[in-house]
Design a binder for this molecule. Structure first.
Ligand code: CA
Length: 665
């Protein structure tokens, strides 16, 4: 998320302006509570609530028989308890009921809230629901496991939105735009080619990264036939799934069960699930669940007491405060344990502090060593949090188990993200070579890479290539096809497809973890819309007929992913190995990079792999040492098993293409 999804005017926090310092001092004095019984517990003795609200003058629980539009059936006054919490109980298991909290602050009862720890909710997340989670597990859930991977860079990540992926009539999927879309086997487009989960398997990606799937604010779950679309970067209930992706938002168990069924089916097919999490801000300010339970506490403020706004969405959360830090850590732990999530992508991660992110990664690795964490190593605006404490890209070496997106390789390959006409290495703009090389070595220190010539970063910020996510486009900004159309206005789509293949070849063969945006393998577009967060399906939905029309493009991507997965040389795990085994050749022409992965790098069966990238629109000649080379990629074609041989010497590299050769023994 980079651009605003919700525009909120700056509001004064808590009704009274106070200096940031006095605000901080007030919250530092709050006790914290990290017990697992926060907000709701149901056990043999009944139903129990424990709300953390240290500043409250009083607190209540309201009980309801339905999820909305009905009066409370009962109101319970809560009692003060330990560590800033308030408790109430009833001696019965109230499964099937709904509840909200309200706290009294400055003599006034605040609006009702489902709390910050609602794990099940009704329509639009207005009321929390009391359900028996044991009944939400699909068959075989106890033994469900995601793919085991030794290192994050063994993953090939596919970023998708539920609605993009299945909404188009050509998907052949019944549960369009729903979690259940990813449970349907043998779905096809009108030409009989695989869509849905079968498509993912055919493509060979290891993990899907789903855009926000917690309960967000913007889509009216009471009015789903209106077909609203939103990316979901406007968090409401962090610990419950989004209702519009379920078949019945009014049934609190449906969204839980259906999301689990989706994950189970993906796991059964060997595919992991990464959640996009947005703890950095909330959709509302004073009306957020955070503000309505502990006014002000969860947010950072400016000197004048107003909400600071490093998210560009009206507020930013305060991960350095104990209860907020615990909230983030316990929330991801909950998703990992209850939903078997395999990875987390942190939106605007640099709004969080380094210590929190390190604790997040450590807590998740303890649950499952295969879980990985990556994020956007930047903010969308300035923050009161000092830069040296922010989980910035530049600070990633201080977060050994975290990876960050490489905007270096992204912009160097295709051109600047916000300047539509700007070109990059793969589309013929000279001078990008050194920045592409920064991506190729996974932003680690390398004797042949001159970081002073980097466009964005000026030093090797990653301690290991496992700290870098390489990509050329994602949901933000112009996606690759649209970027190529805008920056190569006089080219044909065939020529642009060659550029796309070259761009993805650089990404998929670079050291680090490759990441791609859903549908790029079909050369989909979004009709030039760069910020499609609430655009209609006609912009966002993937037209699966493209799989037929652009069959060669798909075949190339599939083979490229296969090549990466078969060869550990592309997946080195230490900076030392990259330094030792990755050797650039001395080529002088613009838009030309040539390098080798040598000495059976990272235990590869191949002795040496030679990669030459020509981003120009001219044929380039390179000198390849004599040897029994197998041709893996040439002139816009690729075959991981080889397609002929060459003895080396002076070889031509076609315009906008990759030449990949291998000494297979
Ligand atoms: Ca929602």
């Amino acid at each position: 998320m980079k651009l605003k999804t919700i525009v909120t005017t700056v509001a004064v926090c808590c009704g009274a302006a106070a200096s940031a310092q006095s605000v901080d001092a007030k919250y530092l004095a709050y006790p914290s509570y990290s017990g697992e019984d926060l907000e709701l517990t149901v056990n043999s003795k009944g139903t129990h609530w424990r709300l953390w609200s240290p500043g409250a003058e009083a607190a209540r629980v309201m009980l309801y028989s339905t999820d909305r539009n009905t009066p409370a059936t009962d109101t319970l006054e809560m009692q003060r308890s330990t560590n800033g919490t308030w408790i109430a109980s009833v001696p019965r298991q109230l499964y099937g009921s709904f509840y909200t909290f309200s706290v009294k602050d400055n003599g006034k009862w605040l609006k009702e809230t489902p709390g910050v720890w609602a794990k099940a909710v009704g329509t639009n997340g207005e009321r929390a629901a009391i359900i028996d989670f044991a009944t939400t597990d699909p068959e075989g859930w106890a033994s469900d496991r995601g793919p085991e991977i030794a290192h994050i860079n063994d993953a090939v990540i596919y970023e998708m939105h539920h609605r993009d992926f299945s909404q188009h009539p050509s998907s052949g999927i019944v549960h369009k735009g729903k979690f259940l879309a990813l449970t349907e086997p043998s779905t096809t487009n009108p030409e009989g080619e695989a869509t849905g989960v079968d498509h993912l398997k055919e493509l060979g990606v290891t993990h899907i990264h789903i855009l926000p799937s917690y309960d967000y604010n913007s889509v009216d779950e009471a009015n789903l036939p209106s077909n609203q679309y939103n990316w979901g970067y406007d968090p409401f209930n962090y610990n419950a799934p989004e209702g519009s992706y379920s078949t019945d938002p009014a049934d609190p168990a449906a969204r839980v069960t259906e999301m689990k069924e989706m994950i189970k089916n993906l796991h059964d097919n060997g595919i992991g699930v990464i959640m996009d999490v947005v703890y950095n801000h909330t959709a509302d300010n004073d009306d957020s669940n955070f503000s309505l339970t502990a006014p002000g506490y969860y947010y950072r403020h400016r000197e004048d007491g107003t909400y600071s706004d490093a998210s560009g969405c009206g507020n930013e959360t305060a991960s350095e405060r104990q209860q907020m830090r615990d909230f983030i850590i316990n929330s991801v732990k909950y998703w990992a344990k209850e939903y078997h999530i395999d990875g987390f992508r942190f939106d605007l991660m640099a709004i969080h502090d380094i210590e929190t992110m390190n604790q997040v990664a450590a807590a998740l690795k303890e649950i499952n060593p295969s879980i990985f964490v990556y994020g956007e190593g930047w903010t969308a605006g300035d923050s009161p949090l000092p830069a040296d404490q922010r989980a910035l890209k530049e600070n990633v070496a201080k977060m050994p188990q975290i990876a960050v997106f490489s905007d270096d390789i992204r912009d160097a390959i295709k051109g600047h993200y916000s300047n539509a006409a700007d070109r990059g290495f793969a589309t013929g703009k000279p001078g990008q070579e050194e920045t592409v090389k920064i991506g190729i070595v996974g932003a680690t220190a390398h004797p042949q890479v001159d970081y002073s010539k980097g466009n964005n970063s000026k030093f090797p910020y990653a301690a290991a290539p496992t700290q870098i996510i390489n990509y050329v486009s994602c949901h933000d900004d112009l996606m690759l096809t649209d970027k190529l159309r805008k920056s190569m206005p006089d080219a044909t789509d065939a020529e642009r497809q060659r550029a796309a293949r070259l761009a993805q070849t650089i990404v998929m063969t670079s050291q680090g973890t490759p990441f791609m945006f859903a549908g790029e393998e079909l050369f989909r577009d979004k009709q030039g819309v760069h910020n499609s967060y609430n655009s209609p399906d006609s912009i966002n939905a993937i037209d699966w007929n493209l799989k037929h029309q652009n069959a060669e493009q798909f075949a190339y991507y599939k083979e490229l992913i296969k090549l990466r997965k078969e060869h550990p040389a592309f997946r080195m795990t230490t900076a030392e190995d990259v330094s030792k085994h990755l050797k650039f050749d001395n080529v002088k022409e613009p838009n030309l990079i040539s390098y080798s992965l040598t000495g059976h790098a990272n235990g590869d069966s191949w002795k040496e792999i030679k990669l030459v990238f020509n981003g120009s629109d001219e044929v380039r000649e390179v000198k390849i040492p004599k040897g029994d080379w197998t041709i893996i990629a040439e002139d816009g074609r690729i075959n991981a098993s080889g397609m002929g041989t060459t003895r080396g010497g002076k070889l031509s590299v076609a315009p906008r293409s990759a030449l990949i050769l291998a000494l297979t023994k």
